[in-house]
Design a protein around this ligand. Structure first.
Ligand code: KIV
Length: 277
């Protein structure tokens, strides 16, 4: 009998090494320890995304998410996982001001959560910051195309790169992010032909969301794919289950049982002999 293979954490070097391997990177978001436990064996990378502001806290955008919120959720996901590479988003306002501010925020995230690295949104304007961080031991996952933290200056949540000028800018951004040292990058909400071309052009893995099947990997918000977050369903989401509906049905059945005196039964009470079946 062979000994069980020891589980070890997937590293950012493993993720980077998957470029061109033909084996797509499987990535999802996780915000809680329980979700971490449920997803750990199925994915390569878990992102503690600042989308938690909208999904868990009911915010309209990600702008109000704080560093303390990201650290609390990052710690929870790390507690629930043993294998996945866990990356935590730097929230709006914690890194845009200067490379030094980005370093201070990243150091807190890495020291307090134990995660493998941080994600930040931005293209060529963030290249200096990405270089500053990676040269000082902070692995960075880039994020180009639709950048939710810039929703107020970018004309809302819309797909990017259909016009020639915008496509050229996103290509420049992706090359700058890779050149600056990011170990991989998310391409979000970007027209398929451009996301495909970026994937061919950059030497690090691209992880698509609303991008292209030709990206080196895919990511979705977990609550979207299990049908828990139904405020709106973007075109790029595929629902694999309807947990939101199931939770509502369970709550209705519980409420009916309590109101009718069917719950708790004797089998749920201490000091009462349950009837033999
Ligand atoms: O915040 C997030 O969850 C993200 C993913 C959608 C890539 O950035």
């Amino acid at each position: 009998m062979s000994a069980p293979v020891a589980k070890r954490r997937i590293t950012v070097t493993d993720i980077k090494g998957r470029k061109g391997s033909g084996e797509p990177l499987v990535c999802l978001t996780a915000y809680t320890s329980l979700t971490g436990v449920l997803l750990d064996d199925e994915v390569d990378l878990l992102l503690v995304g600042d989308s938690l502001g909208m999904v868990l806290y009911g915010m309209d955008t990600t702008i109000g998410v704080t560093l303390d919120m990201m650290i609390a959720h990052g710690k929870a996901v790390m507690r629930g996982t043993k294998r996945a590479c866990v990356i935590v988003d730097l929230p709006f306002g914690s890194y845009q001001e200067s490379p030094q501010a980005a370093y201070v925020a990243s150091a807190r995230v890495m020291m307090e959560t134990g995660c493998a690295g941080v994600k930040l949104e931005g293209g060529i304007e963030m290249a200096e910051t990405i270089r500053f961080l990676t040269e000082r031991g902070v692995p960075v996952l880039g994020h180009v195309g639709l950048m939710p933290q810039s929703v107020n200056t970018a004309g809302g949540f819309r797909s990017h790169g259909s016009g020639a000028a915008e496509a050229a800018d996103i290509m420049t951004d992706a090359k700058a992010v890779a050149e600056a040292g990011a170990f991989a990058m998310v391409i979000e909400g970007t027209v398929e032909p451009l996301a495909r071309k970026i994937t061919q052009a950059v030497p690090v893995p691209t992880i698509g969301i609303g991008a292209s099947p030709k990206c080196d990997g895919q990511i979705l918000v977990t609550e979207d794919l299990v049908g828990l977050f139904s405020e709106f369903t973007p075109k790029f989401v595929k629902r694999y289950s309807e947990l939101g509906r199931q939770i509502n049905e369970a709550a209705k059945a519980y409420a009916a049982d309590v109101r009718a005196g069917r719950f708790p039964g004797s089998e749920h009470c201490f000091g009462v002999k349950s009837k033999k079946k």
